[in-house]
Design a protein around this ligand. Structure first.
Ligand code: HEC
Ligand code: HEC
Length: 213
């Protein structure tokens, strides 16, 4: 047992470096595979994930990976896209099913993360001042500037398609989203949508969100 510590250190260092490099290679998402898988998504969400109002498919570019992951898992688990009357969610759910492994999901998310985030053209108008007052409630989970709050699970809202925001608020109000007792995050959002007690109140808050960048 004549091994000197000094002789061992380089060997340990090499081993540590090798292990770190190896696991980085193994864990790194395969963006090219994600891009190939995105071809099917692009047919509705656009080549750059910019959204397509004619198909009711929202913008994905710029949305947080943790949020997109949770939505795809929600569709897969049936927390989204199963309620009767949820026409658009039902179109999306089988698409989420095409993402069949955790690796495929990570690859897809890594690719979507490379797509440029752009601000959508406003289509909704309303009373911005009234919307700002109503937004005070929303800010707790979605951020003062609609930038999102990951610890609370609230996605960013600024810069998204305004028609889609209206559609989703209506979905929460109509029990088409956030209805499953196991849907921890959707369940939190559903009563918040009920604080907007008229179609005008929804338009107002979305008109205010349109001013956030
Ligand atoms: C047939 C058209 C279609 C295809 C193809 C499609 N989607 Fe969708 N997707 C939709 C529609 C419509 C919605 C909106 C559902 C709703 O209103 O609740 C949606 C919603 C989503 C959402 C929720 C976004 C949010 O902000 O809550 C995610 C995430 C998503 N799609 C990802 C994907 C991915 C990834 C693919 C490819 C594997 C894909 N979609 C393929 C139509 C499609
Ligand atoms: C208690 C925290 C909380 C408050 C307050 C809150 N939300 Fe949310 N909201 C969430 C969470 C969490 C989600 C994501 C749910 C999920 O993952 O399915 C969400 C999702 C949303 C979505 C869907 C976004 C998308 O891309 O599909 C919209 C729109 C929304 N909230 C609007 C609002 C508005 C408007 C208000 C204020 C009236 C508000 N929220 C208040 C927690 C909150």
């Amino acid at each position: 047992m004549n091994l000197k510590l000094a002789n061992l250190i380089p060997a340990v260092a090499v081993l540590v470096t090798f292990t770190a490099t190896y696991s980085a290679i193994v864990q790194a998402a395969d963006t090219a595979a994600g891009q190939a898988a995105f071809a099917i998504c692009a047919s509705c969400h656009g080549q750059q994930g910019e959204g397509n109002v004619a198909l009711n498919a929202p913008k994905l570019a710029g949305h947080e990976s943790w949020y997109l992951r949770r939505q795809l898992e929600a569709y897969q688990a049936g927390f989204r896209g199963t309620a009767s009357g949820d026409t658009y969610g039902m179109q999306m759910r089988p698409m989420a099913m095409t993402v069949s492994t955790p690796e495929a999901l990570e690859n897809l998310l890594a690719y979507i993360d490379t797509l440029p985030a752009t601000n959508s053209e406003p289509t909704v108008t309303g009373d911005v001042a009234a919307g700002q007052a109503a937004y005070a409630v929303c800010a707790a989970c979605h951020g003062q500037n609609g930038e999102g709050n990951e610890p609370l699970g609230g996605p960013h809202l600024a810069g998204l398609d305004d028609w889609y925001l209206v559609q989703q608020i209506n979905n929460y109000q109509n029990n088409l989203r956030g209805y499953d007792p196991k849907d921890k995050f959707g369940k939190q959002m559903r009563p918040m949508a009920d604080t907007l007690t008229s179609a005008k109140a929804v338009d107002d808050v979305v008109a205010f969100i349109n001013t956030l960048k």
